[in-house]
Every structure is written in structure tokens, then in C-alpha cells.
Design a binder for this molecule. Structure first.
Ligand SMILES: [Zn+2]
Ligand SMILES: [Zn+2]
Length: 94
């Protein structure tokens, strides 16, 4: 993620400034590997959809998409549908 600009979408919407950190829940990690399919396309299917997320200093949290780099991959359709319940952000429970 280094070198990539990132602003909290919730704070942008509300006109606030915040810092954003990346958090992971390591004990939720399941074993998985990227692979190349029969067409030679590279697929990254990280099953840990909620194992990592962003959190801003104003308390917004939102999941990291972890989309597969292969275009038109079913995995991305499922992942985006899953994320639609969570995006763009929600306030963290205090
Ligand atoms: Zn925020
Ligand atoms: Zn894929």
C-alpha cells in the first residue's frame, strides 16, 4: 500500500480530516495461494474477506476489497456483493 494515496471516504463525504490505519486480524487467516488459470490469467482469491480493514482516526472502518486481478472473475462478483453490505464505510462500535 505504500505510495498509494488514501483518504477515508466517510471523512471526505463529511468534510473531515483524518489519518487512516490498516488493521489485520491475523488469527482469522486461512491458508490460500494465488494461482494461474488455464488461460494464464493470474488469480488472487483471498478467502479472508473480513480479516483486514482500514480504520480512520474519526472511527470509520471499512473492509479492504482484495479483488482478484483477473478481469471478469466470478470471485470479484462475489466479493463486491459481499462488500456492498459494508461499503462505503460505517462507524465503528465504540
Ligand atoms: Zn473517516
Ligand atoms: Zn480470480
Amino acid at each position: 500500500m505504500s505510495g498509494v494515496k488514501l483518504l477515508c471516504p466517510g471523512c471526505v463525504e463529511e468534510g473531515l480530516k483524518s489519518t487512516v490505519s490498516h488493521e489485520t486480524r491475523a488469527h482469522y487467516l486461512m491458508a490460500w495461494r494465488p494461482y494461474w488459470d488455464e488461460e494464464g490469467d493470474y488469480h488472487v482469491h483471498d478467502p479472508n474477506s473480513h480479516a483486514s480493514w482500514f480504520r480512520c482516526s474519526n472511527g470509520h472502518v471499512w473492509p479492504i476489497p482484495n479483488l482478484c486481478p483477473a478481469e471478469d472473475c466470478d470471485f470479484n462478483v462475489r466479493r463486491l456483493a459481499d462488500l456492498a453490505e459494508h461499503l462505503p464505510y460505517k462507524k465503528a462500535d465504540k
